[in-house]
Design a protein. Structure first.
Lengths: 296, 249
């Protein structure tokens, strides 16, 4: 039995301790404040580490199951196409806006230092390198993590807590194949396409700014833009986006599929999807850049 | 009579919570067995184990002669085509219309049907539950009672032999409850189903149950007709009766 006594001085405490033969310790100020505010005590570190590793194991099993179900018939082609539409086509507006503004803003900000050296003619190739190698994949992925990832996490979480996934399972449908495989495949396929589209729109935005200032023609701008771009740059960006798309899809589906505790769980799944996806995207960016630079 | 569901010494626990501690029930061909119990007594856990959504800790659950816990994924999916599950919250797919909700299990399990046959099956089952006019509506546009009926319709479209009802009248007004009870009886007669109905609604139990089982302390404490169940001095069971308002059919 644990007894919490407040406002007792040490002398009285010792008397109580001797009377009932107990062990005692004083709460730290943080524990006391947490208790007063009804905040739960944190789990011990060992338990949190244990949860972390069991979570990693579950993710690994989830990913293995994804690959197993992807290559096992029957295939849900219709649902995959529908998800591609939802993830790809429905994201075009926001990708267009983001890509365009990125192109304009980056060009505007890059101009002054180049102008100091009389090197504004380098703008098209510098912008294209930045957009195609780094900005387009990263910004597209971050937007997708917020828009698509949260949508997947919330949708699957909501279906889970309202027993719709159980209903699907009991009706003889494989819910994992229908819900998870379709969404992960769609996000993996669509993100590289969105990235290429974002690159194009970003370069269009950049062209607008360059044309405004230097009256460069469309053909001249794009010739200069692509002169320094190699197949490796484009290929690496496509690989990056594919990995990002897979990450966002798997994270959203994994967290949504195991959401619990009603609407609180759904909110957590949506929020965690965004946060964890973004975190993983940056880690992957770092790793892929090192690999590509080593090849270069 | 042949038992279509045979539950033998079923045990299931969750961390710090022993829910089912040796449940024994037989459901015969064509009969409705109502399982009564307090909220949190393990009724939903029981039928989820029967449907293969949860695995028991020990004991045996046989559905149509097959041990559910021992089946692999393919065999379990095949068995589930004979089982209809009506969920407590209806569990209609939010992003699909009523028509699409009903088509969903049908097109996946009976791939040889053409579009016309699918449409006819959908209309037939909606007519059976009296909701043909809602065919193009979304679940969010339906009332609670309508959602329950559509949920039942979605299970009936595969013509299951066994129905599992999880609180069919939960959260529904008394008049609609009686209509739902009549629907459950109609399903039993028209589709010749056997069913486990879990509820704490005594009106539903009286109207739909051929036999009634009382789940207490993780076990079936009494099994028999509705009147036999409550012919006892056990205060826990009498309290169930006394605190409920009974609809006299």
């Amino acid at each position: 039995m644990i007894l919490i006594i407040e406002g007792i001085n040490l002398g009285h405490l010792n008397r109580v301790k001797n009377m009932i033969g107990c062990r005692y310790r004083r709460l730290t100020m943080a524990e006391h404040v947490n208790k007063m505010e009804g905040i739960e005590q944190k789990e011990p570190v060992s338990k949190r580490i244990s949860h972390f590793f069991s979570g990693l194991y579950e993710i690994q099993q989830f990913i293995f199951r994804f690959f197993r179900e992807t290559f096992t018939p029957p295939f849900e082609f219709k649902e995959i196409v529908r998800q591609c539409y939802q993830i790809g086509y429905r994201s075009l507006a926001i990708i267009s806006l983001t890509g365009f503004i990125t192109g304009i803003v980056f060009t505007k900000q890059s101009r002054p230092p180049l102008a100091e050296f009389g090197a504004t003619s380098w703008l098209p190739s510098m912008i294209s390198i930045a957009i195609i190698r780094a900005l387009a994949p990263l910004i597209t992925a971050l937007i997708a993590a917020g828009k698509i990832g949260s949508n997947i996490g919330a949708e699957l979480g909501s279906m889970n807590v309202s027993e719709q996934i159980d209903a699907m399972e009991v009706s003889g449908t494989n819910p994992f194949k229908f819900l998870v495989v379709s969404r992960v495949l769609a996000s993996t396929l669509m993100l590289p396409m969105l990235m290429l589209y974002a690159s194009l729109i970003g370069l269009m935005g950049s062209y607008l700014n360059v044309h405004q200032n230097e009256q460069t023609s469309f053909i001249a701008f794009f010739h200069d833009a692509f002169v320094k771009i190699s197949y490796l740059d484009v290929f690496a960006s496509i690989i990056k986006s594919t990995v990002y798309g897979f990450t966002i899809g798997v994270t959203g589906c994994f967290l949504g599929y195991r959401a619990s505790q009603g609407t609180v769980g759904v909110g957590k799944a949506a929020n965690s999807t965004v946060v964890i996806s973004m975190f993983l995207i940056f880690i992957e960016e770092m790793i892929i850049v090192q690999i590509v630079n080593a090849i270069r | 009579m042949e038992a279509v569901i045979a539950i033998n010494n079923l045990k299931k626990s969750f961390p710090d919570n022993p829910v089912l501690q040796g449940v024994d029930i037989l459901v015969n061909q064509g009969e409705n067995v109502v399982v009564l119990g307090r909220s949190g007594s393990g009724k939903s856990v029981l039928i989820k184990i029967v449907a293969g959504l949860l695995k028991p800790d020990s004991g045996e659950v046989k559905v149509l002669g097959q041990d559910v816990a021992a089946l692999d994924t393919m065999a379990l999916q095949a068995l589930r085509q004979h089982i209809g599950f009506s969920f407590q919250g209806s569990a209609l797919y939010d992003g699909m219309s009523v028509k699409e909700n009903l088509e969903f299990p049908l097109v996946r399990n009976k791939r040889n049907l053409n579009k016309k046959q699918v449409a006819e099956a959908v209309e037939q089952v909606l007519s059976d539950v009296g909701l043909l006019h809602t065919i193009n509506q979304m679940p969010s546009e339906l009332s609670g009672g309508q959602k329950k009926r559509i949920g039942i319709a979605r299970t009936l479209i595969l013509h299951p032999e066994i129905m599992l009802y999880d609180e069919p009248t939960g959260g529904i007004d008394p008049i609609t409850c009686v209509e739902l009870n009549h629907l459950i009886n109609k399903v039993q007669k028209q589709y010749n189903t056997s069913a486990i109905i879990i509820t704490h609604d005594l009106t539903c139990a009286r109207m739909t149950g051929n036999r009634v089982a009382m789940l207490l302390d993780g076990k079936i404490s009494r099994l028999g007709s509705f009147d036999e169940i409550f012919d006892t001095d056990d205060e826990r069971i009498r309290g169930f009766y006394n605190y409920n308002f009974i609809h006299q059919p």
